[in-house]
Design a protein around this ligand. Sequence first.
Ligand SMILES: Nc1ncnc2c1ncn2[C@@H]1O[C@H](COP(=O)(O)OP(=O)(O)OP(=O)(O)O)[C@@H](O)[C@H]1O
Ligand SMILES: [Mg+2]
Length: 223
Amino acid sequence: MTHGLFITFEGPEGSGKSTHAHRVAERLTACGYEVVPAREPGGTPTGEAIREILQHDAAGEPVAPQTELLLFASSRAQLVQRVIKPALARGAIVICDRFADSTTAYQGYGRGFDVERVLSLNDWATGRVVPDVTLLMDLDVALGFERIHQRNLEAGHGEDRFERETLEFHQRVRDGYLALAARWPERFRIIPSDQPVSVVQAAAWDAIAGLLPALPEGGRHEG
Ligand SMILES: Nc1ncnc2c1ncn2[C@@H]1O[C@H](COP(=O)(O)OP(=O)(O)OP(=O)(O)O)[C@@H](O)[C@H]1O
Ligand SMILES: [Mg+2]
């Protein structure tokens, strides 16, 4: 079976996941690869509806931590079945802005649910579809918050539900990510993200360049 390449971007708030996932996707597309971008929660119509509930309490009531954990898993299950598996099967490169490690870091280490239980829920929801490589955009939590605050100010919108959590919560999330990277060193690449965008982007590219599949026979992918 053909297998493309599954790349995920992870890291605490404002660490540059979306910025660098987008740039890497553009560069790979320019090289001639079929690139399938996705984000979590979301990436499918069902997932985007779940995203609204999770990020903005769109259902009009606070989301209980247990519900939150299961909604993330639901969004991910839909994304895997509808988007990620078919894309990998036809040899595409999937670039996902957050994936299962986010749930382990936020709901496990952050909220305090048993980490092994969260990992086994993730395994069930994804059917053990695991990224080939995970770029952990690592950044001081306070610096990430400064960046997000600035970004939200420029975009003219307020903080989402997770951005309103305490600094201590986000510190546990960052430490959790580092623990996951230590546990699976062959999958994770830690990218220090306190440098200018161009420097961080070069490091992100270096982390994946050696893993790229051969371009399809007959050349470039045409849309
Ligand atoms: N290396 C960098 N130096 C300075 N600013 C940066 C850098 N990388 C990203 N930024 C800026 O920081 C803000 C947050 O970046 P981005 O949205 O990519 O982070 P994120 O990890 O996707 O955040 P979130 O957790 O909210 O999804 C953006 O305004 C972005 O332009
Ligand atoms: Mg983002």
